[in-house]
Design a protein around this ligand. Structure first.
Ligand SMILES: Cc1ncc(COP(=O)(O)O)c(C=O)c1O
Length: 497
């Protein structure tokens, strides 16, 4: 009955579209949405599996999955792990279920003729919000970065101006910079690598993109941490990959249920400081993950985005350092260590992949900005990078301390903090009855930019909390606004202030 209805609707949809091309995934999305709105299928009912639906409708399974993901993102459907996809729609037009409608709120209209993956990307886009959020609105502070020194270095190299600096680069980056990065990684991240395994990119997004393009095909599965770093999710969506959330806990990615998951081509992890909750991937789990990836012939994408700033707890090594089978692609960035707009990052690829990645990097990205790479090589070689990190660590430690102090009164059996040992953000966990999206919006009306933890979820419904950045908020602002944020949290919890 459902597939008959959808089949008819899709035909009508194609007929009405006339000249305008509406792809099959969008036709299915519109038809299934109509079936839900017209109560052809009702709240709580299970949909046929994507495989069955694809067979009945004569569509590719990817087409069906893309339409289902879109409806899930809009709150019409919900996937229950190991059980299937269910309708969660109320006549009033509001989605029902335990989790508040998180994504629909931000789902802007997109052009009708957009591709399936483009639609998926834009419906979850955060471009209208800031990604590295200072928890105090409009006040990013980059004072730890030695701007005038950086300017001097750049000016010096502009004056020398070699012809190479003005051209594209086909070698994966300026060699002295690759050497300096490799040396840093050997010393500080316990990594064994050749200089030439380093590729300089314009950011982790570009590193991820290269990996997604060269290591997986559209429709392949990528295991991702749940909750997950938004930027990675968007890159995988845009590459047509299927995101399979794997829950995390205080010890990082929890593989206890992994036997039941579909095999993956890629596994994306932030093992040193899970983003956003901050768990450190335990050693036994690291070994188990490496083994599982060997068994299923998957590649690990290690995003080591903020390991320069560890404030307490034992030092954490990279996963790359444990890998003797060449399965880990390691990503680092200067976005946190220096400043986000610098747009410089690096990707370490296993030796057999070096040549292919260089060629693909050239063909896809036409790398350039060599003049900035020349300045960066000198910045590192002369010890400025170390000095900058050392002094930035002190700045950030003071900000972190001020924030922890401000938040202390709202911590109790219902509210706890994780992830404060490292990096430039921490996470306040709240109980399930709190609508954290509403709380983040409420904070915004007070001039405080924080983000709801539930918005980082891939498949989980149990996450509530706030992700709070402190790296880019000036200390006086944290001292002033931290207590305000704490009082909002307490009021949401119903605690006396
Ligand atoms: C988990 C994670 N990875 C990487 C980055 C940095 O990405 P990029 O190098 O593209 O600036 C961020 C920035 O917020 C992040 O949170």
């Amino acid at each position: 009955m459902l597939t008959d209805f959808i089949g008819q609707q899709m035909q009508q949809c194609a007929a009405h579209a006339g000249q305008q091309e509406v792809n099959l995934s969008r036709q299915l999305y519109l038809s299934l949405k109509k079936a839900i709105q017209n109560l052809i299928v009702r709240t709580g009912e299970r949909l046929p599996s994507s495989r069955a639906m694809a067979m009945d409708l004569g569509l590719a399974r990817n087409t069906v999955m893309s339409a289902l993901s879109q409806l899930e993102a809009e709150g019409y459907l919900e996937t229950r792990q190991g059980s299937g996809t269910y309708v969660r729609y109320k006549i009033s037009g509001h989605s029902v279920g335990k989790r508040p409608s998180l994504k629909t709120e931000y789902a802007a209209e997109v052009p009708q003729a957009i591709s399936g993956r483009g639609g998926l990307l834009l419906r979850q886009a955060v471009a209208d919000e800031v990604e590295v959020q200072p928890f105090t609105q409009g006040m990013p502070d980059f004072s730890p970065f030695p701007l005038s020194l950086w300017q001097k270095l750049q000016n010096k190299h502009w004056r020398l101006s070699y012809a190479d600096m003005l051209d594209y680069n086909a070698t994966g980056g300026f060699m002295p910079l690759k050497r300096a990065i490799a040396q840093y990684l050997r010393m500080h991240r316990n990594m064994v690598l050749e200089d030439d395994q380093v590729l300089v990119t314009t950011g982790t997004q570009q590193s991820l993109n290269l990996c997604a393009t060269l290591l997986a095909d559209p429709g392949d599965t990528v295991w991702v941490e749940d909750p997950l770093y938004w930027g990675a999710a968007q890159t995988f969506r845009a590459s047509g990959l299927q995101l399979q959330g794997v829950p995390t806990d205080a010890q990082g990615l929890n593989l206890s249920q992994a036997e039941q998951l579909p095999d993956a081509r890629l596994v994306y992890v932030t093992p040193s400081h899970q983003y956003p909750t901050g768990g450190v991937l335990a050693l036994d789990r690291r070994h188990a993950l490496l083994q599982r990836c060997r068994d299923m012939k998957a590649w690990i994408l290690e995003d080591d985005y903020d390991s320069e700033f560890r404030f307490s707890g034992p030092p954490v090594s990279s996963m790359h350092g444990l890998d003797v089978h060449g399965r880990v692609f390691y990503m680092g960035t200067f976005s946190k260590a220096l400043y986000p707009g610098i747009k410089m990052a690096y990707l370490v690829v296993p030796q057999p992949w070096v040549h292919s990645f260089k060629r693909a990097h050239y063909d896809l990205n036409r790398p350039g900005l060599i003049h900035q790479q020349v300045a960066m090589a000198e910045f590192i070689e002369l010890g400025h990078f170390h000095r900058t990190i050392r002094s930035a660590r002190q700045h950030y430690a003071a900000r972190r301390q001020a924030l922890l102090q401000a938040l202390a009164p709202c911590l109790n059996s219902q509210a706890s903090i994780s992830g404060a040992e490292q990096g430039l953000h921490l996470c306040v966990h709240l109980p399930p009855q709190i609508d954290d999206v509403a709380l983040a919006n409420w904070a915004k009306t007070h001039g405080l930019t924080v983000r709801a933890l539930s918005r980082y979820a891939v498949m989980r419904h149990d996450l509530r909390g706030l992700v709070i950045g402190y790296g880019y908020a000036p200390l006086p602002a944290i001292r002033k606004d931290g207590p305000l944020l704490a009082s909002l949290i307490m009021r949401a919890l119903g605690t006396r202030t």
